[in-house]
Design a protein around this ligand. Structure first.
Ligand code: MOS
Length: 782
């Protein structure tokens, strides 16, 4: 890329790696960026005139957790002026074809709404009110009577585990893991220790509500077409699922998702409300808009499942792990089988020859669960990293020293035995300890004070797997030197627009302002799921490949043309800079517009498909068919992870036992940082979420009714500015070219991993109270 040649005085500083503000920031700040609920039918209509007027939809959800609808009384609701119709399971013509949910399809998709009278979970969508105004729909919802025949249910993990489970317990074979001889390792151990850790249900709560605007058109040859605006992390999943349930061609489902106001996993699948809105658009032959309420966001669009992890561990005389047995029980919903993968981190993070991991999924009447920021790594990492703090104390070692003693060297990934693509965890420990001042920590709990206030210092390791996907992109050069980048991917608030523009600007030697990035349209070059911290590395690699191809083709045209000032030069003498192609260290060359003009073209474009390292052509084929072609963390040749260490300081008032996080330092080895500003924002955001996990967040489900009691942002507690003081994220500079062309691994999720444990460990250090469950509220410290 331009700028890597440090010897040339003309080489500009590259954008990649710099602190670049979001290119979509001004549009968002000014309110010009349109999110799903901002779109009206006129936006989609060619002239903006004569568009059919919008129907407002309101979702009605079940008030029992299990049973069936015994009857409805719709008369009063239907009599409300402006009400057009009410869709229920009794409405004819709403039949949908079954789809497979996780693990064969996207998580959470296999429950289809309005198909029968059955109620499988509290908050299940059971009716859709359609009206000329939202007010009419809301009033009708108050008058709509639905009668239920309720049955016993299990709304929580504890209810399903401790009573008769009702929906059962499953032990999926692919989740279980065993190596060595755990019993022998425990027998041989110098020290044995056991403990159990628990985490509750969490909800994603992106700022932007789930929403959809759907239009149905009977196409010219009777081939129907659907157009929808939807905030999604996976347009291809919506296309594929809708096509299957409605019997359409995926290409006849057009998904638009230019801006997404956060997703965190909850917007990575096709939920019932989307299907209902599309059914309604077909039913009325008018465009339909549906926006969920915040309370409905706690019912029908996924959650992080509650978990319980129980360890038995042995240590040898030097404090090294000799065996680990881990029994996990996690909650899942009544349909699909999505595991909260609490074993991912304990299986691989530390050197340990003997491991036995068993994982049971326990079904509850709580709606389908789904991935939520670092799914399993955050919840499983909490137990493991508190356990490590407890073990360090049992071994008489400093918590950081204990982790160094148990560090797994490269070439010996404990789970696979493979070499790492790149691992600088020891450097994370060292840099973090130095930045935090860890050597000034006194060992004894309760021994550090600031006046009356107890001070506690804790730390934890962080790790997140590398997922990568095949990706495709198009790069177009226009006459004036403007570049257009097109990729059917998503910016879920992470900075994708900016990062892709940076990559293209560097590759082509143009200014950032000359690059326009187009995302969030399913008709753009196909890309996969924006989750698992993969988008920047995967789609960025395709943008790099397409941009480099475009540059090469324009360069080849210039070199071959006798009238070009570059005629006869060789490729390696040429730099892409200043909006054109120039000889290194000289002014000789020409702008791209001149090259295009001599080619007799007003624009030129290149399209590239990229298979990630250790991926296969079949992975690309899957992507092009609309399926998930992910390459997993443990690939054939390398174990691929990002690494980190997080240090936290808490201050606890000993009279009230109120913990406050006064300082955090996280150091992250995430490969090449593409944008220092957005990466830092991602990491700090993850760390803050970890504070929420440690101290605040918990979805409270009433065991008597299955109702979520705190389904709003006043009662579902999140850390706010007053809860946070200094938060610092530091990144190391070790590009990992074994995972991507860009050397980048991804910043989205690792920040939350380990953070809750670092806070819990700091609370123990301050108070001597060991709390093995989150959130650590003050009642648990009394
Ligand atoms: Mo994420 S939980 O991969 O959006």
């Amino acid at each position: 890329m331009t700028g890597q040649d440090g010897t040339s005085p003309q080489a500009p500083a590259p954008y990649v790696g710099g602190r670049v503000s979001r290119i979509d920031g001004p549009a968002k700040v000014r309110g010009e960026a349109k999110f799903t609920a901002d779109f009206s039918p006129a936006d989609l209509h060619p002239s903006g005139l004569g568009a059919p007027s919008l129907v407002h939809a309101l979702m009605v959800t079940a008030t029992i957790a299990s049973g069936r609808i015994s009857g409805t009384d719709q008369a009063a609701a239907r009599a409300v002026p402006g009400v057009l119709d009410i869709l229920t399971h009794e409405t004819p013509g709403l039949k949908l074809s079954a789809v497979e949910g996780y693990p064969k399809g996207p998580a959470g998709t296999s429950f289809l709404p309005l198909q029968d009278a059955g109620v499988k979970f509290r908050g299940q969508p059971v009716a859709l009110i359609l009206a000329e105004s939202l007010e009419a729909a809301k009033y009708a919802a108050m008058l709509l009577k639905i009668e239920y025949a309720a049955q016993p249910f299990r709304g929580t993990l504890a209810q399903a585990r401790d009573g008769e489970p009702l929906l059962g317990r499953e032990t999926p074979e692919d989740l279980q893991h065993s190596r060595g001889d755990v019993q022998q390792g425990l027998n041989d151990a110098d020290t044995r220790f056991g403990a159990k850790y628990e985490t509750p249900v969490h909800h994603h709560n992106p700022m932007e509500m789930h929403a959809v605007t759907a239009q149905w058109e009977e196409g010219a040859e009777g081939k129907p077409k659907v157009t929808l605006h939807e905030p999604t992390q996976w347009m291809q999943s919506s296309q594929g699922t809708l096509a299957k349930v409605l019997g359409l061609e995926p290409d006849d489902v057009h998904v638009l998702s230019p801006y997404v106001g956060g997703g965190f996993g909850s917007k990575a699948t096709t939920w019932p409300h989307l299907l209902m809105a599309v059914l309604a658009a077909r039913h009325l032959n008018r465009p339909v808009k549906l926006v969920l309420t915040r309370a409905q966001m706690f019912a029908a669009v996924g959650y992080r499942a509650a978990t319980s992890t129980e360890y038995q561990v042995g240590l040898d005389v030097q404090g090294r792990l000799s065996a680990m047995s881990l029994k996990a029980e996690t909650q899942t919903g009544p349909v699909d089988q999505f595991p909260e993968q609490v074993g991912t981190v304990p299986k691989m993070l530390y050197a340990n020859p003997n491991m036995e991991f068993t994982h049971d999924l326990i079904r509850t009447h709580a709606g389908p669960n789904i991935m939520m920021r670092a799914p399993g790594e955050a919840s499983g990492g909490f137990g493991l990293e508190v356990l490590m703090d407890e073990l360090a104390e049992a071994a008489g070692l400093d918590p950081l020293e204990f982790r160094r003693v148990n560090h797994a060297p490269s070439g010996q990934d404990p789970e696979s035995g493979l070499p790492y693509s790149s691992k600088h965890l020891l450097e994370c420990y060292e840099r973090g300890a130095a930045a935090f001042g860890w050597e000034r920590r006194s060992r004894q709990p309760g021994s550090m004070r600031d006046g009356h206030t107890l001070i506690g210092w804790g730390m934890a390791s962080a790790v997140y797997p590398v997922y990568s996907s095949p990706a495709t992109a198009r790069a177009r050069m226009k006459q004036g030197g403007q570049v257009v980048i097109e990729a059917g991917s998503h910016d879920i608030g992470t900075g994708t627009y900016s990062v892709l523009a940076q990559i293209a600007a560097d590759a082509l030697g143009v200014r950032l302002e000359q690059v326009t990035v187009k995302l969030g349209d399913s008709r753009l070059p196909k890309n996969g799921y924006s989750g698992g911290s993969r988008t920047a590395g995967s789609v960025g690699s395709a943008v790099l490949a397409a941009s480099m191809a475009l540059r090469q083709e324009l360069l080849a045209a210039a070199l071959a043309d006798p009238s070009s000032p570059l005629a006869g030069a060789t490729t390696d003498e040429i730099q892409a800079r200043d909006g054109g192609l120039y000889r290194s260290g000289s002014d000789q060359g020409e702008p791209y517009g001149t090259v295009l003009a001599r080619m007799g073209k007003t624009e030129h474009e290149a399209y590239r498909e990229v298979i990630p390292n250790e991926g296969t052509p079949e992975d690309l084929e899957k992507l092009l068919k609309g399926e998930d072609g992910s390459v997993e963390a443990i690939a054939k040749e390398h174990a691929r992870y990002s690494w980190g260490a997080v240090f936290a300081e808490v201050r606890v008032d000993p009279d009230f036992m109120t913990p406050r996080v006064s300082r955090m330092v996280g150091v992250y080895d995430i490969g090449q940082v593409l944008n220092a500003k957005t990466a830092e924002s991602q990491l700090i955001g993850g760390m803050i979420w970890g504070v929420g996990m440690a101290l605040h967040e918990e979805t409270q489900v009433d065991p008597a009714t299955g109702l979520v009691l705190n389904s709003n942002l006043a009662d579902y507690h999140l850390p706010v500015n007053a809860d946070l003081h200094q938060v610092q994220a530091i990144t190391l500079a070790h590009p990992d070219f074994l995972v991507s062309l860009l050397g980048a691994r991804g910043a989205g999720e690792i920040g939350i991993v380990g953070t809750a444990a670092a806070v819990a460990n700091a609370i123990y250090h301050a108070t001597g109270k060991r709390v093995r469950e989150t959130p650590i509220t003050l009642d648990k410290l009394m």
